[in-house]
Design a protein around this ligand. Structure first.
Ligand code: PGA
Length: 257
């Protein structure tokens, strides 16, 4: 089954509003068209309106990095799915390992966020992945199955309104990318779990991105794996000069044709 691949960038807490506008200008000067690939970038939330202005009419799409599950109310400091959409973004990361580790978010939070985003017509990019300790203890499959089962509890997904990112925690920001075999095995397992939860059709069409120390040097062999449908890129998405070769490699992988 054809799955249009995705090159996604997660900027985390980097870039000012002015730098955000400049980044998109530079990126679009050097890469103004795209074929058979989607490109989604998640800047800091406060920069989304400026980013939306900068990418208007182009192939670039925007994502938030996090959201709350309510659209309004007494929730100081939070960001709603409705506001994300209002700002011009149609995706949001959910469950990034930094949200799990530093902000103590859990499966219940993620299922509420996934549901709220889908209800608002937005697409969650639901991030899952094991720690090094869990990998060394042989628990990768248990961890992934549990994160998916509970993080998607009560969430009515279809393959169009939902993206998964497999990001082994030990590979994020460490320069230590998963081997293509470990990554492929994890992705195939994730697809099997999705099949159990939602059936074969959704499992075969849902996009599963790999994240964790993706660079222009390793993206080609990752995207060549059967069940890897793109990349979620942190550090290497922060400058167009590093991100464009990654987009190009995913674009020419032929997966979207
Ligand atoms: P990295 O981050 O590419 O810098 O490892 C990936 C991520 O956190 O999504």
């Amino acid at each position: 089954m054809k799955r249009t691949p995705i090159a996604a960038g997660n900027w985390k807490l980097n870039n000012t509003i002015a730098q955000t506008t400049q980044y998109f200008k530079d990126l679009l000067i050097h890469k103004h068209t795209i074929r058979d690939c989607e490109v989604i970038i998640a800047p800091v939330a406060l920069s989304l309106p400026a980013a939306a202005e900068a990418v208007k009419g182009s192939y670039l799409q925007l994502s938030a990095q996090n959201c709350y599950h309510k659209n309004s109310g007494a929730f100081t400091g939070e960001l709603s799915p409705a506001l994300i959409k209002d700002a011009g973004a149609y995706y949001s990361l959910v469950g990034h390992s930094e949200r799990r580790t530093y902000f103590k978010e859990n499966d219940k939070d993620f299922s509420l966020k996934n549901k709220a985003l889908i209800d608002e017509g937005l697409t969650p990019i639901f991030c899952i992945g094991e720690t090094l300790e869990q990998r060394e203890a042989g628990k990768v499959e248990n961890v992934l199955e549990s994160q998916l089962t509970y993080g998607l509890e009560g969430v009515d997904v279809n393959s169009r309104n939902f993206i998964i990112a497999y990001e082994p925690v030990w590979a994020i920001g460490t320069g230590r990318v998963a081997s293509k075999i470990d990554a492929q095995n994890a992705h195939a397992f994730v697809r099997n779990v999705i099949e159990k939860l939602y059936g074969n059709e959704i499992a075969q069409s849902v996009r599963i991105l790999y994240g964790g120390s993706v660079t222009a040097e390793n993206v080609e062999e990752l995207i060549a794996q059967n069940d890897i449908d793109g990349a979620l890129v942190g550090g290497a998405s922060l400058t167009p000069a590093k991100f464009i070769p990654i987009i190009n490699a995913i674009e020419v992988s032929g997966k979207g044709q």
